[in-house]
Design a protein around this ligand. Structure first.
Ligand SMILES: [Fe+2]
Length: 175
């Protein structure tokens, strides 16, 4: 399975819209992070793109989120490291690899960056800064569902300072 096949699969299951856009943003950030670490950019990009592919089909409480994706991805013979990372981001498998840890940290970061962009007059990441994202992170009422601690775990889980991590993701998401 290559990334073009996966893109078709994800689009078929999610349709166009916010969740698909979030998957693409996660794909871009994961690829940038892989480049930073000298890891497999293709595998990391695919993991980001795939991670929420079952979101429209799973229970409201997300109890089966990633379990449906696992079956779909296994049928498509996706790499086992990708499947384990996808499961890991919803606590359905231990996050033992750098890939799994990265996905878990990048997921809320893309959410925070998108939310921070949408309240700008431009509604774009083009003129967004790390300083502004960090200010939004400090405001607990802003995008309250986004877990800040999980974003800050870039330092403990990936050994990347928060500023560098946010800048890397922001740059990856800019048009
Ligand atoms: Fe996600």
């Amino acid at each position: 399975m290559n990334i073009n096949d996966l893109r078709k699969l994800v689009l078929t299951r999610l349709g166009e819209g916010a969740t698909y856009d979030h998957c693409v943003a996660t794909e871009k950030c994961m690829a940038a992070l892989a480049a930073r670490f000298g890891e497999d950019e293709h595998l990391w990009a695919m993991t980001g793109l795939a991670h929420d592919l079952d979101l429209n089909e799973c229970n409201e409480d997300l109890s089966d989120h990633t379990l449906i994706a696992k079956d779909v991805l296994e049928r498509e013979q996706a790499p086992i490291a990708l499947i384990n990372a996808v499961l890991g981001h919803n606590d359905k498998a231990p996050r033992t690899t750098r890939l799994a840890k990265a996905l878990w940290v990048v997921d809320p970061a893309t959410g925070m960056i998108t939310a921070s962009a949408l309240v700008r007059p431009s509604r774009s990441t083009a003129d967004l800064t790390v300083k502004s994202i960090k200010k939004r992170m400090k405001d607990k009422r802003f995008a309250a569902a986004v877990n800040r601690d999980q974003i800050r775990a870039c330092e403990s889980e990936l050994q990347i300072p928060l500023d560098e991590f946010l800048q890397l993701c922001l740059t990856a998401m800019q048009p």
